[in-house]
Design a protein. Structure first.
Length: 255
């Protein structure tokens, strides 16, 4: 990596090691043929699990898009979030794989994109991906050296939804409507998941058992995933890529 590229990358803000210290050569993203065919020229709804979607009542709008991508979901959504799912984005770590297996029918015949580094978890990842492939899924486990490149450009280890969004923008899609994503309430945390999704986090993943369905910075690993770095990078993306369309919450905070 050249000196000029090093200078323009932001300061590294994550408890994880700076990728510049251990990656010899970053990689560009390799498009998956099936996902390329699915997304080319299409209007995409990119849907996270934020509770504000219940207020915005976007379910029918979400389902009107050509392709519905769900980031961070492990089970069928409730009506306020739309009924359709074509692509699932998740990290599938050691806590999430058992939850995903509990709701395995949700994954049947979907395209699954893992946009979080496998690192030393590759054997568990591949075993899970082989299983869901047997249920009709097509899977892409995105190359770690591409994801580390993304993280370094952003300046932190990204939320899996954000790294997934950046990955999808490599495709020749017509537009992508981003909704249900709040960067953990713009870094303020609190109630960041809808009730149905929160029940999966608490009952299945067992990470966030709090009153009022709230999430603390410590539970969301803010030491790893710096929200301000991601917010600043998203502002840059919005200036450079007119394909990105925002829901009401994001318009309020980014326009």
């Amino acid at each position: 990596m050249g000196e000029l590229e090093k200078k323009i990358n932001p300061e590294w803000k994550s408890a994880a090691p700076d990728p510049d210290t251990f990656i010899k050569e970053y990689k560009e993203y390799t498009k998956h043929p099936a996902l390329n065919s699915m997304l080319k020229g299409k209007r995409i709804a990119f849907v996270g699990p934020s509770p504000h979607l219940k207020e915005e009542n976007c379910g029918e709008l979400i389902d009107s898009y050509d392709i519905v991508v769900r980031a961070g979901w492990l089970k069928e959504p409730t009506q306020e979030y739309g009924k359709r799912t074509d692509v699932i984005i998740h990290s599938f770590n050691q806590f999430e794989i058992p939850a995903a297996l509990k709701h395995k029918d949700f994954f049947k015949n979907k395209f699954v994109l893992c946009s979080m580094v496998s690192h030393d978890f590759i054997e568990q990842h591949e075993a899970f991906f082989d299983y869901i492939r047997s249920r009709g899924c097509t899977v892409q486990n995105v190359d770690d050296n591409y994801l580390y490149k993304v993280f370094r450009e952003v300046g932190t280890t990204c939320n899996v939804g954000f790294s997934g969004l950046i990955t999808l923008l490599n495709y020749d899609l017509k537009e992508i409507f981003v909704t249900g994503i709040t960067f953990y309430n713009m870094g303020n945390y609190g109630k960041v998941y809808g009730s149905d999704y929160y029940s999966v986090v608490t009952d299945d993943v067992k990470l966030y058992p709090n009153e009022n369905e709230s999430t603390t910075p410590e539970q969301a690993r803010s030491d790893l995933h710096d929200q301000l770095s991601q917010i600043n990078h998203f502002r840059k993306m919005l200036k450079e890529d007119p394909r990105i369309k925002l829901d009401g919450y994001l318009k309020k905070h980014f326009n």
